[in-house]
Design a protein around this ligand. Structure first.
Ligand SMILES: NC(=O)c1ccc[n+]([C@@H]2O[C@H](COP(=O)([O-])OP(=O)(O)OC[C@H]3O[C@@H](n4cnc5c(N)ncnc54)[C@H](OP(=O)(O)O)[C@@H]3O)[C@@H](O)[C@H]2O)c1
Length: 214
């Protein structure tokens, strides 16, 4: 697939690298320096290149939205018209200092995103996993015991593309259901992040927890 990465930080940079190594054509976009985008693309290998959000969106089969919540409007504006495009969102609707969800209980980041780009095909994927485990999960992808990754959404086409990318990244699939389930997954993802970044176990703890879930 042609995959456009909107937001090439911790999550977008690593996920795009894994997907490029898995054989997808990846365009990294949206960082504060073009040099950084080029550096990530070089490190990701021959299937990857750097571009603008509009270039990433133009021919993409799937876009990965991997920016902080406050940057969502800006990156979508730069990407242009996303009618008919598949957008897989890693974004958690967090406040500026990443301490609280700013959408919750009666809605979710995914449902709010669907209102912003109503003509795009949207699903949530990769938002419940710490980016730090992506490389090791990919390296271990041929093992029988792969960690599971939840995804959700109301759009069938977006979910079908999500399943391909999730499998290619080395995870087994857990279809958590419709978009409203994101109201549960987003706080769950915050818990995983707390375990990964603030708990004593670091990313390994969250990884073991995913395996335990099997
Ligand atoms: N990191 C994780 O493990 C993780 C796990 C689950 C979900 N998520 C979600 O994934 C999303 C991305 O998280 P992240 O940790 O990858 O964040 P991040 O490392 O801060 O990446 C955000 C990207 O946006 C770019 N950016 C920010 N402001 C910009 C601007 N004004 N102009 C151009 N580029 C700009 C950053 O550029 P620079 O590279 O130049 O800083 C960076 O590449 C968030 O919604 C988060 O909740 C992340």
């Amino acid at each position: 697939m042609r995959v456009g990465i909107l937001g090439s930080g911790l999550m977008g940079g690593k996920l795009g690298t894994v997907l490029a190594r898995a054989g997808h054509e990846v365009i990294f976009s949206y960082a504060r320096s073009k040099e950084k985008l080029k550096r990530i693309a070089r490190a990701a290998g021959p299937n990857a290149r750097a571009g603008t959000p509009a270039e990433a969106a133009r021919d993409a089969d799937a876009l990965v939205l991997a920016v902080r919540w406050l940057q969502v409007a800006d990156v979508l504006h730069q990407a242009g018209d996303l009618s008919g495009k598949v957008v897989l969102s890693c974004a958690l609707p967090m406040n500026a200092d990443d301490t609280e969800l700013v959408v919750g209980h009666t809605s979710s980041g995914l449902e709010e995103l669907a209102k912003i780009v109503p003509k795009a095909h949207i699903a949530a994927a990769f938002n419940s996993v710490p980016s730090e485990v992506l490389f090791s999960v990919y390296q271990a992808r041929r093992r029988a015991n792969r960690p599971s990754l939840v995804y959700c959404g109301d759009d069938r086409r977006a979910k079908v593309l999500a399943t391909t990318l999730i499998r290619d990244a080395g995870f087994d699939l857990v279809d958590a259901g419709p978009a409203r389930i994101a109201r549960t997954i987003e706080p769950f993802a915050l818990l995983v992040a707390q375990l990964a970044y603030e708990g004593k176990g670091g990313p390994k703890l969250a990884y073991r927890w995913l395996r335990f879930g099997r």
